[in-house]
Write a protein that binds this ligand. Structure first.
Ligand code: UD1
Length: 417
């Protein structure tokens, strides 16, 4: 299995473009099933999770091809309703195909996704909403057998603004009879991207980006072209890589608005961030200041997907910081690994106390999940000596060419098999 060997202590400087957003492309690829026509999706990031979604689409019968960064998905040939179990197990977010398949065929058989590295991650909100719309879902032997004689629009009050549940309902509702209203919907930028894609195919979705989304069911959807938005989490990760190495980086073609909570926290710890339209300059400070509280929240709050990377930054801050992870139960596995590199982090349930240390030192560590893996790469960039990170496949789920990109900016990373 691939691992990274990082020699720390090199400043990152230069400029870069940011890949398309993983969390946009996955639901949008699932959504391409609904039309039964051809979708042309550009700015596709080359990621393991995208490969899994393509395998799911192909296994259902779709014709998928790639022309540079444009993916062409012809879903007219989709003729199966069973999603292979091993693919659902490999990627939990494959559950998003449920809404799309119900919208197109009124039927889908899919394995129950179960837990993942971030904790139990139930799908009760997805199931409750789809049932409310008229889906009959039987749960047996680890499978979900979903059928409907026709979904009907209704009022859905989400108990929590779940990203995946909001997306699943949006997909299911596109061809449902009547109007569906989602209250307390997730407001993430990726939800707006999904709305834009759906509307480009002729769907009638309004309100994404606010907590009330309405979907007027239509009879059929059409072909379309769509460009995926830049990945705000990848942008945030490279911003921290720059800050932590006291470097200077210009990010091009990004959406600054999507990064405001990250920018605000970076400024709080002393990082200089200058926004100029759709580009952003980051200048790392001599000293990182500790912060009173970093709390993860649904958008527009600070993203849970940036918590691990920010913790690395705080681990070398001047003082003690508190991190409160309110979204996932089991998202501090990186703390233990950072401690192996000399950090001083104590976790108590969903709270971590990060006492800043003068420096991190290279060690052999293991990526336990995607963003935790990224946090170790960041630690390796600044640590004294050599850091060896195992299980890099986690990082490849969400970051395109991470070692190559960092090396171009001045890092010293070797990929070893
Ligand atoms: C999405 C993102 C993930 C991000 C997360 C939170 C994708 C592919 N993944 O995941 O990167 O970290 O949003 O921003 O877009 N919950 C329930 N019942 C449900 C659904 C969710 O209890 O039916 C809970 C989850 O266990 C979790 C919280 O709600 O504690 C948030 O989950 P959710 O917003 O659904 O995240 P995902 O869509 O899985």
């Amino acid at each position: 299995m691939e691992k990274y060997i990082i020699n720390g202590g090199y400043k990152l400087t230069g400029e870069m473009n940011i890949q398309g957003a993983k969390n946009s492309v996955l639901p949008i690829l699932a959504a391409t099933v609904i039309s039964g026509k051809t979708s042309y999706i550009s700015n596709i990031p080359k990621l393991r999770d995208v490969e899994v979604m393509v395998k799911i689409l192909s296994s259902l019968g779709a014709n998928v091809s790639l022309d540079n960064d444009i993916m062409i998905i012809d879903s007219s040939t989709v003729n199966k309703i069973e999603v292979p179990e091993e693919l659902v197990r490999e990627m939990r977010s494959s559950i998003i195909i449920m809404g799309a398949m119900l919208a197109r065929f009124g039927e889908v058989l899919i394995a129950f996704p179960g837990g993942c590295e971030l904790g139990p991650r139930p799908i009760d909100l997805h199931l409750k909403a789809l049932r409310q719309m008229g889906a009959i879902i039987e749960e047996s032997h680890g499978f979900l057998n979903c059928k409907t004689k026709g979904l009907k629009g209704c009022e859905i009050q989400l108990d929590y603004p779940s990203v995946g549940a909001t997306e699943n309902i949006m997909l299911a509702a596109t061809t449902a009879k009547g109007v569906t209203t989602i209250r307390n919907a997730a407001r993430e930028p990726e939800i707006i991207d999904l709305q834009n894609y759906l509307n480009e195919t002729g769907a009638k979705v309004f309100g994404a980006g606010t907590s009330i989304i309405t979907i007027e069911g239509v009879e059929e959807l059409d072909s379309c072209t769509h460009r995926i938005i830049p990945d705000r989490i990848v942008a945030g990760t490279y911003m921290i890589a720059t800050a932590i190495t006291k470097g200077e980086l210009v990010l091009k073609d990004i959406v600054t608005d999507h990064l405001l909570s990250i920018i605000s926290k970076l400024r709080e710890v002393g990082v200089e961030v200058h926004a100029n339209g759709n580009s952003l300059k980051v200048i790392g400070p001599d000293k990182i200041h500790a912060i009173e509280m970093l709390q993860t929240l649904p958008y527009p709050g600070f993203p849970t997907d940036m918590q691990a990377q920010f913790m690395t930054l705080l681990s070398i801050a001047n003082g003690t910081s508190i991190v409160n992870e309110t979204i996932f139960e089991n998202r501090f596995k990186h703390a233990e690994e950072l401690n192996r590199m000399g950090a001083c982090i104590k976790t108590f349930g969903k709270v971590a106390v990060v006492k800043g240390v003068k420096e991190l030192t290279g060690a052999r560590v293991t990526a336990k999940d995607l963003r935790g893996g990224a946090s170790l790469v960041l630690a390796g960039l600044v640590a004294k000596g050599t850091t060896e990170i195992e299980n890099i496949y986690h990082v490849n789920r969400g970051y395109e060419k991470m070692s190559e990109n960092l090396n171009k900016l001045g890092a010293k990373i070797k990929v070893v098999d």
